[in-house]
Design a binder for this molecule. Sequence first.
Ligand SMILES: [Zn+2]
Length: 158
Amino acid sequence: MKKEIVMKKEDSAGVLEKGWLDAGSRRIDEIIIHCSATPAGRDVRVADIRRWHVEERGWRDVGYHFVVCLDGRIERGRPLWKAGAHCMGHNSHSVGVCYVGGVDVEMRPADTRTQQQKVAMKQLVGLLRERFPGARVYGHCDFARKACPSFDVMGEEW
Ligand SMILES: [Zn+2]
């Protein structure tokens, strides 16, 4: 069995590169969590999601700002200083964070987060809240009739 890699709190800044939290002139007051709606265990990267959003939806770039991979690695999506395309009516003043997964093998909504993803998401959200004091954390489903992100974001401690 593969050993779980748990990043220590003091390493948390290391998961992001310099500049990734630069929102420019945007005022951020919401952190909105999404899932990629891909089956548990499928290794999807920001490059894949970018391709879907650009080629299939005709957008200029991936809609999310951050993608949390199965192994807990955080990949940068759209630069934070640009509005995302992830939650209608909220894009101008929010950050979009997407974890890879969110459905089971039969494509039913399921909380498929790996332990590494849970740790990385907590760290990322923690850093975002430090950077944008007062920002609140929501799930996409808190604003839209969707199952995304397949878990109760507001029921968790961030
Ligand atoms: Zn979503």
